[in-house]
Design a protein around this ligand. Structure first.
Ligand SMILES: Nc1ncnc2c1ncn2[C@@H]1O[C@H](COP(=O)(O)OP(=O)(O)OP(=O)(O)O)[C@@H](O)[C@H]1O
Length: 316
């Protein structure tokens, strides 16, 4: 289990992580979600003792990183910029890591096999594709057979096959009883990968819950309404304080239950052609829960513009 308590990191004037408290459970994939600059990498660096908190503490299995006797046997990490000597083979790289961490050399071939790199084990890592490099990074993280694994934006830049592989692999690690904590700014990716979510924005905790709860909380109250008499219904909805968004063929109504909308329609003699609670996507939930956070909205727009088709169109 990972536990952050009032974790804070200040860089000069910039509060990168602001009084952040959350727990990450064993045997699950927990997504660490937030837009670029939210403080995810900084938090992960503090978990790994690569950065010192300005305040608060983060522990892994009850201990700070600096207190771990064999860190690599407790926590393995794949950080964004993983350095591998380009002329070294995958096997040589892992053998060097194993040696410097007093891990049996036998483990090198085991982890190469686990990540599916056995056939290219003697090839130069410099010639590896991004997907293969990520696998090599994961092999390194697994060397000490750790209970806890941290992945910082592991699918960034990967093709669909690479993304699928990482997703399944993380699920397998969690099924083995490990704690898997994975950061991403891709909400739709997290909806498919993580059962739990820790969501942050501007260094602060926004939400900690299961992915299902996170989506349900925001989307239960959104109802699609179609009616030939919207001119009569809309003012009534406004009067009860509903948030109304016009769509191509009707309205999306938030903040008022479907039953109440039905009653308002009857009272105002508006025929209803459709009254449908919406099963929202994680993106919608995110927008609702983060409210008017400009930073998030900007990020979501960029994201939907950048994501390949099929990757963005994921609902829960
Ligand atoms: N070494 C540093 N010195 C100064 N500011 C920093 C440093 N590292 C991070 N920051 C700032 O702290 C904030 C949080 O950055 P961080 O990289 O942790 O966010 P992130 O959520 O991981 O974003 P990204 O997805 O872009 O990596 C940002 O505003 C960043 O510019």
């Amino acid at each position: 289990m990972i536990e952050a308590q009032s974790l804070t990191k200040r860089y000069g004037d910039k509060l990168a992580v602001d009084d952040l408290s959350f727990t990450v459970e064993t045997g699950r994939v927990t997504g660490f979600l937030g837009p670029n600059g939210a403080g995810k990498s900084t938090t992960m660096r503090m978990m790994l003792g690569l950065d010192n908190p300005t305040g608060g503490v983060v522990t892994i299995g009850g201990k700070r990183y600096s207190e771990l006797h064999h860190p690599l046997r407790t926590v393995g990490a794949l950080l964004e910029a993983r350095w591998v000597h380009p002329n070294r083979s995958a096997r040589a790289h892992l053998a060097w890591m194993a040696k410097s961490n007093k891990i049996s050399p036998k483990r090198v071939d085991e982890v190469l096999d686990i990540v599916g790199l056995s056939e290219v084990a003697n090839k130069r890592a410099g010639g590896f594709s991004l997907g293969m490099s990520q696998r090599l990074g994961i092999a390194g993280a697994l060397l000490g057979d750790p209970e806890v694994l941290l992945f910082d934006e592991p699918v960034n830049g990967l093709d669909p096959e690479g993304i699928l592989w990482i997703r399944k692999f993380m699920q397998r690690l969690a099924d083995e009883g490990r704690t898997v904590f994975v950061s991403s700014h891709l909400l739709s990716e997290m909806a498919l990968t993580a059962t739990n979510l820790v969501v942050i924005g501007k260094g602060k905790l926004i939400s900690q819950s299961t992915t299902e709860e996170f989506v349900a909380r925001a989307t239960d109250s959104t109802v699609k309404v179609r009616s030939p008499h919207l001119d009569r219904l809309r003012p009534a909805l406004d009067r009860v304080g509903a948030t109304v968004t016009p769509t191509d063929d009707g309205l999306l109504v938030a903040g008022v239950a479907g039953e109440k909308i039905g009653e308002l329609a009857m009272e105002n003699q508006a025929t209803l052609h459709e009254l449908a609670p919406q099963q929202g996507s994680l993106e919608q939930a995110f927008m609702q829960i983060t409210g008017d956070s400009v930073e998030y909205h900007a990020d979501l727009e960029t994201e939907s513009a950048e994501q390949p088709a099929g990757h963005a169109a994921v609902t829960n």
